[in-house]
Design a protein around this ligand. Sequence first.
Ligand code: OOG
Ligand code: MG
Length: 256
Amino acid sequence: MDRLQGYAEILDGAALNACATRQLTHSDPGLSVADAYRIQKLSVDRRLARGERRIGVKMGLTSRAKMLQVGVDEVAWGRLTDAMLIEEGSAMSRVRFVHPRVEPEVAFLMKAPLSGRVTGAAALAAVEAIAPAMEIIDSRYENFKFSLCDVIADNTSSSGLVIGPWNDPAKDFSNLGVILEINGFVTEVGSTAAILGHPLRSLVAAARLVAEAGEQINAGDIVMAGGITAAPSLAPGQTVRTTIQGLGTVTFQVEA
Ligand code: OOG
Ligand code: MG
């Protein structure tokens, strides 16, 4: 336990100081996925102890594009806090991050709790609204390089999220066109179908994985379904915008 607590402190400190650290598995190759989720919880608990509030969960590595980009081919989840929220249309400060990247995503707003093995229909019935969104990921590891256990311990690189307009979840959101623009240039294109074939599958997986950790998705939670395309790096002065067909647009700037 002390060993895992020590890792949690290292990763929390790396995030707090925006200073990259070495991969845990380089010096501790025996780390298991269960250990990694323990470290994640211990590290996020430190944030909660400093006054941050839990606002939901994120799924990661739910698309081929993301799996290929980072060389990890299993889905993982992480915890979101209010300190990660970036106001839609506002500027984020680059100095808070080590080497941030942006991902176009779909966000769910929950109106009922969800936990364990559920059907797609049950998951959809627990959704209040869906929105076009972006996640800012920032690995706390040097060179944005990690194994599955490293990235899980590092709260699956969570560091920021921006949510666009909320839509009625009765819309068919299984295969909507997605465009990510940086400074007005189309940088990535994709479809919501890139998320496990249907974003709802990511919510079903989230309910199961969160329950395996003895927790649940609560009413009022935000669930980020995972990146649709590869994640481009962010640089000062950029304007970043994601548009999802029929759902709307979400934007932020990177402070110059
Ligand atoms: C891991 C987190 C991936 C997603 O949406 O797939 C993720 C990483 O690429 O750093 O958030
Ligand atoms: Mg993501």
